[in-house]
Design a protein around this ligand. Structure first.
Ligand code: G6P
Ligand code: ZN
Length: 543
């Protein structure tokens, strides 16, 4: 089979964002668009010859077509072997697992995560490195640079291959292994958790519901919860991946996973509810009539980590992204272990995990994980919560309220203003940044501002510095107000405002966060001159 050299010209918009390149499907369908980006990835990995690549996606629209193109391009670019999930499917945590288990050189994941799918919706592509984690900025910059000077790409001439049956075969000089996308991941989970204890939990009166939102975790959840742990059939709902996720947003939060939330807040609610996102790395945890914020989830799991076999000797340290509440820091201090604050984006945890500095990490954006892989992991978080429930014998609400009594409650809410014109987003950030120097010492909403800055992070392992990672106001009473522009959208700008306040008094730990944080919310709106600049009176999403 011949390797074709196809001439092409650069596209100006192939700069990877927080999590790879995300665009509308129609953009990816332009002639040469996907090919250019894939070749740019390969050009940024000069030592790829003969190495193994893992490949799969969340099954969204254009997944199958893209898999075929990437297989032929991998063969045309000297890769030794591609391990592809059957049906072209792999969750993000499973790709991370398989890269590490096989000693692969890297992996390509096709997903736009929690963004909607379908012919008029989003598609995405991201590269993970040999540690199983997202490409670091040095590499995404190299990919972007390559994309701006690309003149041509190499692709094997040939027909589509069969990706629907587990088998090993050759495509030109490259081997392709089509494997079960679930098996290796499920084996890893069985090594981390006490499946016998979880089976006993499932056999008792305990009832749970897992909503896969028609996305990738369906097959994984059916296998693990129903088949291996013995939860009754029907525990997993919306468990078949659909190319358009049934028309919904595969985003596990109270807005987009509303049917699940409604069920958990209904009269005859199950004990436990959880959901994951498009590519399986996010999680939402609910108890009966109770929502666990992702920031609290990290803190609670850290406090109970030794109940899980893989962590029975304790944690090395904990990391959270900057906008994530400080609840986990308080636990780390109580445990006498280190805690770290990184910029938003899972890739910033990679060095800390590789260096053995941390065991758990998490983000307010519904991401929780550990050193078992180098991605956040939705089903891992669910299994971790089930383990804590099995170990304590307590319902979710009690586990969390006891946690607050001991460590204090970090009231938390994030307000998103989606789809603003890009220049307005920039303008808001610039005008807040301009006010930062005069803010320290001022009192707003009855709180004194200690520090007001533009968050920059110096990686403690490799010394690299990432600047402009969000604007922060730190108050003397421990409260925080943070502004950031989303790095994952595909249209216009999304402004995120994060509000946090610590309440140590157990008698005042049961209020509505929107009420408790009302003053801070107002300060945020005033400082950003939101209504004047955007005309928006309310956020589009509140989490
Ligand atoms: C992706 C990354 C997360 C990150 C999130 C932030 O999901 O994997 O690590 O927290 O994006 O998204 P944002 O839209 O706030 O930039
Ligand atoms: Zn995701």
């Amino acid at each position: 089979m011949a390797v074709l050299q196809i001439a092409t010209r650069p596209f100006a918009d192939q700069r990877p964002g927080t999590s790879g390149l995300r665009k509308k499907v129609k953009v990816f369908q332009q002639p040469h668009y996907l090919e250019n980006f894939v070749q740019s990835i390969f050009n940024a990995i000069p030592d790829r010859a003969g190495k193994t690549l893992v490949l799969g996606g969340d099954g969204r629209f254009y997944n199958r077509e893209a898999i075929q193109i990437i297989l032929r391009m991998a063969a045309g670019n000297g890769w030794g072997k591609v391990v592809v999930g059957r049906g072209g499917l792999f969750s993000t945590p499973a790709v991370s697992t398989v890269i590490r288990a096989r000693g692969a050189h890297g992996g390509i994941i096709l997903s736009a995560s929690h963004n909607a799918g379908g012919p008029d919706q989003d598609f995405g592509i991201k590269y993970n490195t040999a540690n199983g984690g997202p490409a670091p900025e040095k590499l995404t910059d190299a990919i972007w640079t390559a994309s701006r000077s690309i003149q041509g790409y190499q692709i094997l001439d040939g027909a589509d291959v069969d990706i629907d049956h587990a088998a090993t075969f050759w495509l030109g000089d490259m081997q392709i292994e089509v494997c079960d996308p679930v098996a290796e991941y499920a084996e890893l989970m069985a090594r981390i958790f006490d499946f016998d204890a979880l089976k006993r939990l499932m056999q008792g009166p305990f009832r749970m519901r897992f909503d896969a939102l028609h996305a990738i975790t369906g097959p994984y959840a059916h296998e693990i919860f129903e088949k291996q742990l013995g939860a009754p059939a029907g525990t997993v709902v919306n468990g078949t991946p659909l190319t358009d996720f049934g028309g919904g947003h595969p985003d596990p939060n109270l807005v987009y996973a509303k049917p699940l939330a409604d069920e958990l807040f209904a009269e005859n609610a199950p004990d436990f509810g959880a959901a994951s996102d498009g590519d399986g790395d996010r999680n939402m945890i609910l108890g009966r009539h109770f929502f666990v914020t992702p920031s609290d989830s990290l803190a609670v799991l850290a406090a109970h980590a030794t109940a899980i076999p893989a962590y029975r000797h304790g944690l090395k340290g904990i990391a959270r992204s900057m906008p994530t509440s400080q609840a986990a820091d308080v636990v780390a201090e109580a445990l006498g272990i280190a805690h770290y604050e990184t910029p938003t984006g899972w890739k910033f945890f990679g060095n800390l995990l590789d260096a053995g500095k941390i065991t758990f990490c998490g983000e307010e954006s519904f991401g929780t994980g550990s050193d078992h892989i180098r991605e956040k992991d939705g089903l891992w978080a669910v299994l971790a919560w089930l383990s804590v429930i099995a170990h304590t014998g307590q319902p979710v609400a009690e586990i969390v309220t006891r946690h607050w009594q001991r460590f204090g409650r970090h009231y938390y809410t994030r307000h998103d203003y989606e789809n603003l014109p890009a220049e307005i987003g920039e303008q808001i950030m610039h005008s807040i940044a301009a006010q930062l120097p005069v803010l320290p010492g001022q009192t707003l909403a009855g709180r004194e501002i200690l520090i007001a800055d533009d968050f920059a992070y110096a990686d403690p392992i490799d010394g690299s510095v990432s600047a402009h990672q969000g604007l922060r106001l730190l108050f003397a009473d421990g409260a925080r107000l943070i502004f950031r522009l989303s790095g994952t959208g595909t249209e216009g700008a999304t402004l995120r405002i994060y509000h946090e306040h610590l309440e140590k008094d157990p008698l005042r730990q049961h209020q509505d966060p929107q009420r408790t944080l009302r003053d801070l919310i107002q300060v945020g709106r005033n400082l950003s001159r939101l209504e004047t600049l955007t005309g928006r009176k309310t956020p589009t999403v509140i989490t």
